[in-house]
Design a protein around this ligand. Structure first.
Ligand code: ATP
Ligand code: MG
Length: 344
């Protein structure tokens, strides 16, 4: 039977709880796509990828699987509509990765701008785990295993996805038209594609940099983080005119309250002078709380029954594994290594 629905694959690394950058750049769009009923949606907790730069701390990855799953369900991802699964539980992905490795050259991996940035962020300049350098290849396996057409991601993942597309093209050219070439889907709000971290707009908000507001942060923590946020360093006295460019507080207001007329007013006043950072920050806290309060409430409820969450992940992983096995069989047939299969 031909599947007419487009397939979506997205995922997150269980290196920490999910933050408002994930929400803005990816999660809310995933929920909308899921609820449209127009897509087959696969959501992957990328624990194997997370281990590529956290091999010495597997406990961290294991613990965060539950946290990420709770974040998913509390923002509205729904296991009756989307297949939510754990990457490491899908054996076919490892084998697909091995086959794709032969199609990629070392220099291409080393030139990937996202990998370069992440190597710096992780202090891997002198010595890079092979698994980390090659995660774009494993990601090609994740995407192609489910015949995904669309991959909703934040901006940082575009170079990785471009590399995945190259792998697909190389495979299909060599072995026949087997794999589906995926496309990245960026959220329509340009600023939401790369939400900066709390300490300034140069770094993206990232679990590994610990510069985020998490979906599960308490109201007190949200308040504290916003109050400590980077603004305009030259806005010293309230009467001084303030700059909104490069000012993280205003960046977040643009993303989380884009059509709010009050924000336009605040911006105008801030630039004119006479408006203190604290007033603007308090407004931002209100904006964030409106989004975070219902998520937090749902999360607290769901967290009471971890076994139920694991059951959802188990069922999702079984389903995902069946789909991935079908792709793997096609890949083996195409390469010509199904030696003991009678039809070959
Ligand atoms: P890590 O530091 O472990 O890499 P992360 O915070 O970068 O964690 P990932 O799990 O790597 O999060 O990313 C999951 C998805 O969220 C990806 O599609 C990524 O592009 C997107 N994303 C991550 N950070 C941001 C951000 N600050 N703004 C928008 N999208 C983001
Ligand atoms: Mg990341």
């Amino acid at each position: 039977m031909v599947n007419m629905k487009k397939v979506i694959l997205t995922g997150d690394r269980p290196t920490g709880k999910l933050h408002i950058g994930h929400y803005a750049g990816s999660l809310r769009q995933r929920v909308a796509m899921q609820n449209s009923g127009e897509y087959d949606v696969y959501i992957m907790i990328a624990d194997q990828q997370a281990l590529t730069d956290n091999a010495k701390d597997p406990a961290k990855i294991r613990e965060n699987i539950l946290e990420v799953a709770l974040d998913y369900l509390s923002v509205g991802l729904d296991p009756t509509k989307s297949t939510i699964f754990i990457q490491s539980q899908i054996p076919a992905l490892y084998e697909l990765t091995i086959h794709y490795q032969n199609l990629v050259h070392l220099g291409r991996l080393q030139r990937n701008p996202t990998i370069k940035t992440e190597i710096k962020e992780r202090g891997f300049e002198k010595s890079i785990p092979v698994g980390f350098l090659t995660y774009p290849i494993a990601q090609a396996a994740d995407i192609t295993a489910f015949n995904a057409n669309l991959v909703p991601v934040g901006e940082d993942q575009l170079p990785i996805l471009e590399q995945d597309r190259e792998i697909v093209r190389a495979f299909n050219q060599l072995y026949g038209d087997i794999l589906v070439e995926p496309e990245a889907v960026l959220t329509s709000d340009e600023k939401a594609r790369r939400l900066p971290g709390l300490r300034g707009i140069d770094d993206k908000m990232s679990k590994s940099l610990n510069n985020g507001i998490y979906l599960s942060d308490s109201p007190e923590i949200v308040q504290q983080k916003v109050m400590e946020m980077f603004t305009d360093p030259d806005h010293i006295r309230v009467d001084d005119p303030g700059k909104i460019e490069g000012n993280v507080v205003f960046y977040y207001l643009d993303v989380f309250a884009p059509d709010d007329p009050k924000v336009a007013e605040i911006k105008e006043h801030y630039q004119r002078g006479g408006l203190g950072d604290v007033v603007v920050k308090k407004y931002l806290i209100g904006v964030l709380e409106k989004i975070l309060a219902p998520i937090r409430m749902r999360r607290e409820e769901l967290a009471k029954d971890p076994a139920a969450i694991y059951e959802i992940l188990k069922q999702g992983s079984e389903k995902a594994s069946n789909v991935a096995n079908e792709t793997l069989q096609k890949v083996r047939d195409a390469i010509g290594i199904s030696y003991f299969d009678k039809s070959n």
